[in-house]
Design a protein around this ligand. Structure first.
Ligand code: NDP
Ligand code: KPL
Length: 291
């Protein structure tokens, strides 16, 4: 029996835990901050339920085969307290978060060679603890190699397409390009359809243009038409789709501003690349969130 702990069963974690728990060969538990009875996920194919064991304090945890991190990037320290109990000699840690610093964020708690970074594209929204709407079956990308393959195998029974890539860096920067544009939704508190306004799309293109410049300096292979492609993607998707930065601001939670826009400014400064539009978004959203 493979033991899996999902740390942070929110939107992404709730989807992942519920799907993994459908395989009787996997023993799934969730490490939660807020307790709930069971997971109820509205998937593209219909309702899905699961009743994994719910742990609410790190001292209830013991070593597992896989620890899957699905907390927000700003909750890394609290996640580290779970990892201290969950990681034993054979444990692998998969980090399913946005941004491009999956490994750096967790090396204070786990050796880098134990960490499998993952790019997650599963749009999901949480309405209450344990209740999630999964908008698409979704995709997860992990690096080539034994750990990536073992992680992908965990999802073989699910409709989530998990695959490995030889160029994880590029995959992560491509996702960051999509996410940095989403700051516009958090600022306006308007879902994806706001991208249909041309002046708003122009701001999104500018955010992504800076991301492309910095990503290339960091070694990612990013096409010049990515800003346009990102806008097209927003316009083609459900107009009422709410990204997780927007969801955080709307709920009064902290936002992953540093991981999604601040990182472009930080790494841009290292390469002497100007990033005024991302810096402006960070400044405005920080100010908007401060009472
Ligand atoms: N939502 C989406 O569509 C997508 C999100 N992502 C990325 O995935 C990551 C997770 O995002 P998302 O699922 O939206 O986030 P959510 O806020 O929905 O879920 C995070 C969960 O972590 C829990 N948590 C916080 N602190 C702790 C703790 N100390 N111990 C245990 N659990 C804790 C929260 O608990 P509580 O219930 O108490 O708040 C919450 O359930 C982010 O990096 C995000 O950018 C990537 C692709 C899509
Ligand atoms: C782009 C999107 C909505 C889906 O994968 C996302 O990454 C998020 O909400 O954080």
């Amino acid at each position: 029996m493979t033991r899996i702990a999902v740390i942070g069963p929110g939107a992404v974690g709730g989807v992942v835990a519920a799907w993994l728990a459908q395989n009787p060969g996997l023993e799934v538990e969730v490490c939660a901050r807020t307790a709930f009875d069971r997971l109820e996920v509205e998937t593209p194919g219909g309702p899905l339920t699961a009743s994994p064991r719910v742990l609410t304090a790190p001292d209830q945890a013991s070593p597992v085969d896989w620890a899957i991190v699905t907390t927000k990037t700003y909750d890394a320290a609290a996640t580290g307290a779970w990892l201290a109990r969950l990681v034993g000699p054979g444990t692998r840690v998969a980090v399913l978060q946005n941004g491009v610093e999956h490994v750096e964020r967790f090396t204070p708690y786990v050796p880098a060679e134990r960490i499998t970074p993952a790019v997650v594209d599963i749009p999901a929204e949480r309405s209450a603890p344990g209740r999630v709407r999964q908008r698409r079956d979704g995709v997860i990308l992990v690096p080539d190699g034994a750990a990536g393959e073992a992680f992908a195998a965990l999802f073989a029974h699910t409709p989530i397409a998990v695959s490995t890539t030889a160029d994880f860096r590029t995959a992560a920067w491509r996702k960051l390009a999509l996410n940095c544009a989403g700051a516009v939704n958090a600022l306006t508190l308007k879902p994806a359809g706001v991208a249909r306004r041309e002046p708003v799309a122009e701001i999104m293109r500018a955010l992504v243009g800076e991301c492309v410049a910095v990503g290339r300096a960091e070694g990612a292979d990013l096409p010049s038409d990515l800003p346009e492609k990102v806008v097209e993607g927003y316009r083609a998707g459900p107009p009422d789709g709410i990204n997780s930065l927007h969801a955080d601001r709307a709920a009064g939670r902290p936002m992953e501003l540093d991981a999604r826009n601040g990182v472009i400014v930080r790494l841009g400064a290292r390469h002497e690349i100007a990033t005024p539009v991302n810096a402006m978004m960070v400044a405005l959203l920080e100010a908007a969130a401060t009472s």
